[in-house]
Design a protein around this ligand. Structure first.
Ligand SMILES: [Zn+2]
Length: 467
């Protein structure tokens, strides 16, 4: 049974005789008060929204390799300094460059219609020509993989799978495989083009882009996603008896083999007692080019920078260092996160715990830990502080961190995943419709409060989260 805090504090002296002392037992009223103060501050402040507004207005879309992406790095350095971070720096590396170019996509027979489509990231163009061929539909990636060899010679493959809407967003995992590897799987069967229904849950006439990866030694064919209504349209035509043909004209810059310099932007609120012990909060700074990246991942940038600011404004610095990492090039394959692990591998033992925000708009309902057994009681005690905000603690203990942070989790850093209601995240994800008006201000305040409270708990509680 959980004992309420005031009683627990009063009993702490007695409990210490018989049981090991946890953070909850020892919780200094001062720390508890500070967590309450930071919670109240975040719940009554617009800072995280103002940061997202600044990023989306003054920089906008910031796809890797674009001038705006370089501008976002400058913006982030200046913003961190202005918000009171003690140290701010960048860490550069190289990533492959891809430029979108132009796309014209049409159903050419039996009933010609233009459709709304977007190239998938890394797609080759059509080299000044038009690829035009009969469409062959597949229910999902598995069905495409099962097609006989050469059965798609001079055809365009079309995967019709519709992503399911779920609170925890798990429909994405089932849908995204076709996006990542569908083009190469189609090319192996002889296809000259790859089309898929967008990985998204909306019915808007916006296509969803996202990264796709060609396999080595497989012919590279153009790969595009149709908006959900246009995928419906093509399926309707496929129910007629006549063959459906489709044309793709995509004029891409030749980016073959080119790389571009990317930069993680890192800011610290330096710990007063254990400056080398680092608690990390992460988000990614890059975005796709089509919206303004407000939800993905402007919200993460807003939440993590605001949390850092609140900690920097405390009268006394917390014991450990808070390190906010704005990762580069997440959208094209976690390049910034992988580079961070490479550069900091020797210091991974000093990475106390981390959390990322890269899951959109919804209110957090669950804290899922990935920590040592002995730290679970402390985590439960912290979760109690979040209960009035509607957060429960998961019964699992295997979190690695969302998105970029999973690279650090896999390198040994303990992690917490704060799971939000992701029901509508994939309505906007990677579309022209990912804009500032989609940010839910009320949920944002609550989530900012939760991240700020977590940052203070992890930097100032002395809990050893390592396994
Ligand atoms: Zn993201």
């Amino acid at each position: 049974m959980l004992i309420p805090f005031p009683l627990k504090s009063a009993l702490a002296g007695l409990l210490v005789l018989t049981t090991s002392v946890t953070w909850a037992d020892e919780l200094a009223s001062e720390t508890k008060q500070q967590i309450q103060t930071i919670k109240d501050k975040a719940l009554n402040d617009d800072l995280s929204f103002e940061i997202i507004e600044s990023l989306t207005t003054e920089v906008g879309p910031r796809m890797v390799g674009t001038p705006a992406e370089k501008a976002s790095v400058k913006w982030a350095v200046n913003k961190m300094k202005a918000l009171g971070f003690d140290k701010v720096w960048t860490e550069e590396s190289e990533a492959t460059l891809w430029e979108r170019g132009t796309l014209d996509a049409q159903i050419t027979a039996p009933y010609p219609q233009k459709v709304k489509a977007l190239a998938l990231g890394n797609s080759v163009g059509t080299g000044g020509e038009t690829v035009s061929a009969e469409v062959v539909a597949f229910d999902n990636l598995e069905a495409l993989k099962a097609a006989p060899a050469d059965s798609l010679d001079n055809k365009i493959a079309f995967v019709t799978y519709q992503m399911e809407r779920h609170r925890d967003g798990h429909g994405y995992g089932k849908a995204v495989g076709a996006r990542v590897s569908g083009a190469s799987e189609a090319a192996k069967k002889g296809a000259v083009g790859f089309i898929m229904r967008s990985v998204g849950t909306d019915t808007n006439r916006f296509a969803h882009t996202g990264v796709q990866m060609y396999q080595d030694d497989v012919k590279k064919i153009p790969a595009i996603a149709l908006s959900n209504p246009d995928a419906d349209l093509m399926e309707a035509m496929l129910t007629r008896d006549e063959p459906v043909t489709f044309s793709i004209t995509m004029d891409n810059a030749d980016t073959k083999g080119k790389t571009t310099t990317i930069a993680n932007v890192i800011g610290e609120v330096t710990g007063s007692t254990y400056p080398d012990q680092v608690v990390t909060l992460g988000a990614h700074l890059d975005s796709w080019d089509v919206g303004t990246g407000a939800v993905d991942d402007g919200i993460g940038v807003g939440i993590t920078l605001a949390a850092g600011h609140y900690l920097s404004q405390l009268e006394e610095r917390p014991e450990r260092t808070l390190r906010v990492i704005l990762f580069a090039a997440e959208e094209i394959g976690l390049h910034g996160a992988k580079d961070y692990v490479k550069k900091h591998r020797d210091e991974m033992d000093n990475h106390v715990i981390g959390a990322e925000w890269d899951f959109g708009n919804g209110k957090i309902y669950e804290l899922a830990p990935g920590v040592s057994q002995q730290a679970l009681d402390d985590m439960r005690a912290f979760a109690q502080l979040l209960a009035p905000l509607g957060v429960e603690m998961a019964s699992t203990n295997n979190a690695k961190g969302q998105s970029d942070m999973s690279a650090l989790g896999n390198a040994g850093q303990p992690a917490v995943n704060f799971n939000p209601d992701g029901s509508d995240y994939f309505d906007f994800h990677h579309t022209e419709n990912d804009t500032l008006d989609k940010v839910d201000k009320a949920a944002l305040k609550t989530n900012t409060a939760i991240y700020s409270m977590f940052a203070l708990f992890a930097t100032d509680s002395g809990v050893d989260f390592r396994k």
